[in-house]
Ligand binder design. Structure first.
Ligand code: FES
Ligand code: FE2
Length: 359
């Protein structure tokens, strides 16, 4: 870490909000991405190769051939194994050599390439962050919303820490400013109440008294106005959820699974589920470009924020009570890194705070 600053008078904090959780599941791909080609992915800077085994279950190995270090992702998928492009060694899901071309003698029986546990559910491929162990807990499961919902899954990337990226996804005060007119901030401001609760592995903010957003997005969703129910939540290790009910007919749940590709590069696998008064195809067509524009503004800001923190030799934060989620998310991440987290939401209302704000 660079603790030198360009200006002697400015103190470099050397601080970076990076928590590396090894005892955790992350989304590395969508199901559709695992075709008949090995897929190169990175987790915490670790190159991985993903492919499907003989039973078509996802497999994840370190992307390094045990023979001479060639990236296995350069090879191809053969009979439920990944075949190295250099000398053709084939490795199964457990990292054992299933075939070594031309070798007549016995093949090594032990696992040669570190392998990572995988799960596939709801169109997402989860990978456990530590190799060669059987996890003792399962990945996050998306809530079952019942019938009548349209689903859109999108992958986006931001040059920010997982903490900064998730905070951004759940931060309300910037929406009327950075995204002025697109989301909030087009009309008059309103005084609302936010109730933040932290318990077990999650923190949630409920916004009470929020009128329908006046921006384009809000007007399209609920032309007649209506009561808004709005929750933002973070669930360890990587889930950011934004949930809106507007009037009786509109319900939107965005579940964004954040994956730490590198310390300051985060991928979001966003599963957007909605039921609206407008037909789903229309909502998709109208909202997608707006959502992508909003995200592009966020990604640009995250990149500049990351660059500034690096330039000044570390992060320097000053929060007010409006920063409802960021400090709580950091606390959860840090505790999880230290192995102090109780999984599940087993202590409701263990911490609660109420704040009034203007949005
Ligand atoms: S380097 Fe992979 S088979 Fe030789
Ligand atoms: Fe944003």
């Amino acid at each position: 870490m660079d603790s030198e600053t360009p200006l002697g008078v400015i103190q470099a904090t050397g601080h970076r909000s990076i928590a590396r959780l090894s005892n955790a599941w992350y989304v590395l791909a969508t199901s559709g991405e695992l075709t008949n080609k090995p897929l190169a992915r990175t987790l915490y800077g670790m190159p991985l190769v993903l492919f499907r085994d003989v039973a078509l279950r996802p497999a994840a190995l370190l992307d390094r051939c045990a023979h001479r270090n060639a990236p296995l992702s350069l090879g191809r998928c053969e009979a439920g194994t990944v075949e190295c492009a250099y000398h053709g060694w084939r490795f199964d899901a457990a990292g054992r050599a299933a075939r070594i071309p031309s070798l007549i003698g016995p093949h090594p029986e032990r696992s040669l390439v570190p392998s990572f546990a995988t799960r596939e559910q709801a169109g997402l491929v989860w990978v456990y962050a530590t190799p060669n162990i059987a996890p003792t807990h399962e990945p996050f499961e998306l809530a079952d919303l019942g019938p009548g919902y349209a689903t859109v899954t999108r992958m986006v990337e931001a040059s920010g820490t997982l903490h900064a990226t998730v905070e951004n996804a759940l931060d309300v005060p910037h929406t009327g400013f950075l995204h002025r007119g697109l989301f909030r901030g087009a009309g008059k401001t309103n005084r609302i109440r936010a109730v933040v609760t932290r318990a077990g592995d999650r923190v949630q903010t409920e916004y009470i008294g929020e009128p329908r957003p006046e921006g384009l997005l809000g007007r399209l969703l609920s032309p007649s106005g209506g009561v808004v129910t709005h929750y933002d939540r973070f669930i360890l290790p990587c889930v950011a959820e934004v949930e809106y009910r507007i009037g009786a007919e509109n319900h939107i749940l965005v579940s964004a699974m954040a994956t730490p590709v590198e310390d300051t590069l985060t991928r979001l696998f966003a599963v957007i589920r909605f039921r609206t008064r407008l037909p789903a195809w229309l909502v998709k067509q109208v909202l997608e470009p707006i959502a992508l524009r909003i995200f592009a503004q966020d990604a640009r800001m995250l990149e500049r924020q990351t660059a500034a923190a690096a330039r000044f030799g570390g992060e320097h934060y000053m929060s007010t009570e409006l920063d409802l989620m960021g400090p709580q998310i950091w606390r959860l991440l840090r505790q999880a890194e230290l192995g102090k987290t109780r999984p599940g939401n087993d202590e409701p209302d263990s911490w609660r705070r109420e704040v009034e704000l203007e949005v």
